[in-house]
Ligand binder design. Structure first.
Ligand code: NAD
Length: 473
């Protein structure tokens, strides 16, 4: 029985534009495949089918659990194909794509085993309330291009486990692995329970404002998040927004630089820095500044940069041309403002969207490379004199996704971490997440909570039954 749906090819469907969406391999800068560019008008039929599928899907938690476990198995069976395609369109090293596929399956398994708890509220009166949970209906899930599969699963796994159906829209830069994922899941989920739609804007905008959608769960940039919140206001759909970050890492004066240098480097440069909660600003005691810069620059200049499919590659290209242009612009501007590149600072020659891993020093604190999210292989290192000064600087942007404090005395580091205005604060590492923990940004970095049981409840509404405490006729 076919289950998860990907929308049919454009040529055969009137709801598609004539020109498909070209998909570029960022390692070459050349298009290597294409995806349907679905017209927003086609969403009416998609959402209608999704709504009809919801009527059955919401009724049987045991069936959902079994189906989600089967979905995890199916993802693993298709793991090699998914990982290769993901690397081809996203650029990340193949080992990281395999890890992303594994996390996609793990997420499905985690939510397959999670059920909401019915709760009885007894306040001493001769009545009690029983709080049960109901699904919402069709959910629109919209994700960016940095972790297309893993971020999609973070949305559709809890939504499906809760009994909702899902319409999933990947970024136009990375539609292919998601389409393949949709086809793989077709073998294990009922029809129309999960539908993948691909296309250029205004497809996402139309999806978020469609009256048939009951929850919009979005991951992406702050400006698009604002537009999504505004669009969803029309139908009063619930909104969950996981938005951008400009995470600071603060090194304390007792830090062992050599001991943490690898961890710190990868916390900033993994996935070519295209991680919402990568370290994007580094604050170091003035006394340690040169040692830290040297340790990071050494790693930045020696790391193997290349196509994600090439053996030995640790850092791939930036995913797309507009993002490469943005990173290039921010670095050039910082250099023009007096910053110095201790490593990198320029685009790599040759084909593809490669940018040299870059460590910047002497950066004016108000430079856009510090105050804005670079989302690329660039790390500004900023010296500080007092811990208060470092904490104030770390908290000085409008974003508040994550933050970290590094030091040998972990109790002291934890005390400083308490003062960071962010959703998750780490001690001596950064951006490590458990499936069971809540994920929510402070300030402009998000609205609502994803992850763990919180992610499940975010896809449910309470249904309260108020009844006499003793059985009465
Ligand atoms: P983006 O906001 O440009 O796009 C995200 C998604 O929204 C894409 O699928 C895009 O096609 C779609 N979209 C664009 N305009 C839309 C509209 N008007 N209505 C509805 N959908 C629309 O972001 P991006 O450049 O793809 O991704 C990078 C951003 O994502 C960074 O800011 C990064 O920090 C953020 N991000 C956040 C998290 C998190 O969990 N907080 C995780 C990963 C990435």
């Amino acid at each position: 029985m076919p289950t998860t749906q990907t929308e049919p090819e454009p040529a055969r469907v009137p709801g598609h534009r004539a020109a498909p969406l070209p998909v570029v391999d960022p390692a070459t800068g050349e298009a290597f495949d294409e995806a349907p560019d679905q017209q927003p008008d086609a969403l009416d039929a998609v959402i209608d089918r999704s709504h009809r599928a919801w009527r059955d899907w919401r009724t049987d938690p045991a069936l959902r659990s079994t189906a989600l476990r089967a979905a995890a198995d199916a993802v693993e069976v298709a793991g090699d194909d998914l990982a290769r395609l993901l690397t081809r369109e996203q650029g990340k090293p193949l080992t990281e794509s395999h890890a992303e596929v594994a996390r996609t399956a793990a997420r499905l398994r985690y939510f397959a085993d999670l059920a909401p708890r019915t709760r009885r509220i007894d306040d001493g009166r001769p009545v009690h309330s029983e709080v049960r949970w109901r699904s919402l209906g069709p959910v629109a899930a919209i994700v960016p291009w940095n972790f297309p599969l893993q971020l999609a699963a973070a949305k559709f796994a809890p939504a499906l486990a809760a009994g909702n159906t899902v319409i999933l829209k990947p970024s136009p830069h990375t539609p292919l692995a998601t389409r393949l994922l949709g086809s793989v899941l077709t073998t294990v989920l009922p029809p129309d329970v999960l539908t993948v739609v691909t296309g250029r804007e205004p497809l996402g905008a139309r999806l978020t404002s469609h009256p048939g959608i009951r929850h919009v769960t979005f991951t992406g940039s702050v400006p698009t998040g604002r537009a999504v919140a505004g669009a969803a206001a029309a139908s009063l759909a619930r909104v969950t927004l996981e938005l951008g970050g400009n995470d600071a890492a603060v090194l304390l004066d007792d830090v062992d630089v050599e001991r943490i240098a690898d961890r710190l480097f990868w916390a900033a440069f993994r996935n070519c820095g295209q991680v919402c909660m990568a370290v994007k600003r580094l604050y170091v005691p003035a006394r340690l500044h040169d040692d830290v810069v040297e340790a990071l620059a050494e790693r930045a200049t020696s790391v193997t940069v290349g196509p994600g499919l090439a053996p030995g590659t640790r850092l791939g290209p930036v995913n797309n041309a507009p993002q490469l242009a943005r990173v290039t612009h921010l670095v050039r501007q910082a250099l023009a403002d007096g910053a110095r590149a201790a490593a990198g600072g320029h685009r790599l020659t040759g084909p593809g969207y490669f940018f040299a891993p870059t460590i910047l020093t002497d950066v004016p604190p108000d430079s856009p490379v510090v105050t804005q999210e670079q989302f690329g292989p660039v790390l500004p290192v900023l010296p500080y004199r007092t811990t208060d000064e470092a904490v104030d600087a770390a908290n000085s942007t409008g974003m508040g996704l994550g933050g970290s404090v590094w030091g040998t005395d972990t109790d002291r580091a934890a005390e400083v971490a308490e003062r960071l205005e962010c959703g998750t604060a780490w001690i001596n590492h950064h951006a490590e997440l458990s499936l069971a923990q809540p994920f929510a940004g402070a300030k402009d970095s998000g609205v609502g909570v994803a992850g763990g049981p919180w992610g499940l409840y975010g896809n449910l509404r309470p249904f309260v039954v108020h009844r006499p405490r003793e059985a009465r006729t």
